[in-house]
Design a protein around this ligand. Structure first.
Ligand code: SF4
Ligand code: SF4
Length: 105
């Protein structure tokens, strides 16, 4: 038996281990919808582009927000962080609308 402590993984390394239910599916449906017209009009802080650990929210060179759900790890941060009413979270279908596979269920 090894007496070495298990290696502590960085956030990036942990994200690399995520297993997505929708990976490679063409019929995947978003479990999070973002009204980017709000992001790109009334939102002054665009905080979700900085706090999403999976970088699902991005800013382009014109300061426009874009969102893609495929890499979402379902942490829930954006749902609580957005104070503009732009984020809607739902599970439209138990298979097609889910994000990650949880290791423990
Ligand atoms: S905080 Fe809300 S409105 Fe602002 S960029 Fe993020 S999702 Fe869009
Ligand atoms: S739930 Fe978490 S990972 Fe998914 S888009 Fe929101 S902040 Fe990003």
């Amino acid at each position: 038996m090894s007496d070495q402590a298990p290696k502590r993984l960085s956030v990036s390394e942990r994200l690399g281990l995520v297993n997505y239910r929708n990976q490679g599916r063409t019929d995947a449906r978003a479990h999070i919808e973002v009204d980017t017209s709000i992001c790109n009009s009334t939102c002054s802080h665009k905080c979700t582009t900085r706090i999403c650990p999976a970088k699902c929210y991005t800013l382009d060179e014109h300061d426009q927000v874009h969102f893609q759900f495929e890499d979402c790890i379902e942490c829930g941060t954006c749902l609580y962080a957005c104070d503009q009413g732009a984020v809607t979270w739902k599970y439209p279908h138990p298979e097609e609308g889910r994000g990650i596979n949880w290791t423990l269920g």
